[in-house]
Design a protein around this ligand. Structure first.
Ligand code: KG4
Ligand code: ZN
Length: 345
């Protein structure tokens, strides 16, 4: 079956064509990043984001079909991100996908962005065994899940404040380094000495295993040496290196604690921050030779992409073929919709 995936939850318009079933293959991937449009603001501007999705989504879809040498009537399924994300941006994807589906009589399925990030590990590793622990680290989320199976999930730990990618973006913005901050700090830390500064891993006073990252951000930007610091100085590189090592150790500690608590066979780390070179190295070292196998998506499938959406959509469609897939709405994780949204993973 040919599946068209559409992702427009934040600042990437992404379209992908995949083949699923007897043959599993990525046929075409289009990603139009809006980074240059938002860079001068140091973060995503929702109105600019939705307008740009609207401008490029049909063109990207046509381009993907053309390059894959497929026509719309050959599609067996359309999968799209229904949330969480920016409401205007999601609406562009939803309206486009629904129009395309209804006009051409193609089934449509909405998927959750976070579970699609977990699914991204299966694109290159179809044989990942359950049960598993999944750490999703992105610009909007930092969550550890226990997955008994693909559709049975439990939240083990989540951030109580900022997401880990968000603090990287905010730190980079504070020091005028550019946007998004994650890849920039990923370059800077390499020339620094991580032993020069000490960062304490936060602990929840109520004893829960949740994360907190806002203290890290404050510790960096309010550090006594941070005032008037030159970002090309050695001391700045040392500061970023010490910070990043501590943050990655913190993520690793929470993940290994979950691995000890649950009877798992595999660990997945996904989401934009899983592109980070230090994170990948530390996790790979930790699980090398372990009975629990670690899976990291390829770098292009860590950050937002539509292949993970198409992959997840197909799984959901096969597992629950009788759902009325036309009758869904955006999953913005608002309180009113939260209970209902659990059906829409
Ligand atoms: O998954 P994603 O593309 O979008 C969300 O769902 O949020 O993640 C974006 C986040 C941004 O915060 C960005 O700074 C971060 O991923 N990121 C990185 C790296 N590449 C992207 N963080 C650390 N190191 C990287 N190499
Ligand atoms: Zn994402």
């Amino acid at each position: 079956m040919y599946v068209l995936g559409i992702e427009s939850s934040c600042d990437e318009t992404a379209v992908a064509l995949v083949e699923r079933g007897e043959r599993n293959a990525v046929l075409n991937e289009q990603v139009k990043s809006q980074v240059p449009l938002h860079a001068k603001y140091g973060g995503v501007v929702p109105e600019i984001a939705s307008r740009n999705h609207y401008e490029v989504i049909d063109y990207l879809t046509e381009k993907a079909l053309e390059e894959a040498k497929l026509t719309i009537d050959e599609l067996g399924l359309i999968a799209l991100t229904q949330g969480p994300g920016l409401i205007g941006s999601l609406l562009v994807g939803l309206s486009f996908a629904k129009g395309l589906a209804f006009a051409n009589n193609i089934p449509i399925v909405g998927v959750d962005h976070i579970y699609s990030h977990i699914e991204s590990a299966f694109i290159e590793h179809p044989d990942i065994e359950y049960p598993l622990i999944a750490l999703v680290v992105s610009g909007g989320h930092t969550t550890v899940f226990y997955q008994k199976s693909k559709f049975e999930s439990e939240v083990v730990a989540k951030t109580r404040d900022d997401a880990v990618g968000e603090i990287m973006d905010k730190i980079a913005k504070f020091f005028d380094l550019g946007y998004p901050g994650g890849p920039i700090l990923d370059r800077i830390y390499k020339d620094g000495d991580s032993k020069q500064f000490k960062f304490t891993q936060p602990r929840m006073s109520d004893g829960s295993g949740d994360f907190s990252f806002s203290g890290y951000k404050t510790a960096v930007i309010r550090h006594p040496i941070a005032k008037d610091i030159k970002t090309d100085s050695q001391v700045f590189k040392d500061l970023i290196s010490s910070f990043l090592h501590s943050v990655v150790d913190y993520l690793l500690n929470k993940t290994t604690a979950a691995v000890e608590k649950y009877p798992v066979k595999s660990v997945i780390v996904s989401g934009g921050v899983s592109r980070n070179s230090l994170l990948r190295k530390k996790f790979q070292d930790e699980f090398a030779g372990s009975r629990v196998k670690l899976y990291l998506p390829s770098p292009q499938h860590c950050t937002d992409n539509a292949t993970m959406v198409a992959w997840r959509g197909y799984e959901k469609f096969i597992k629950y073929p009788d759902q009325d897939y036309a009758d869904f709405y955006l999953n913005t994780y608002s309180r009113a919709h939260f209970r209902e949204s659990k059906k829409h993973r």
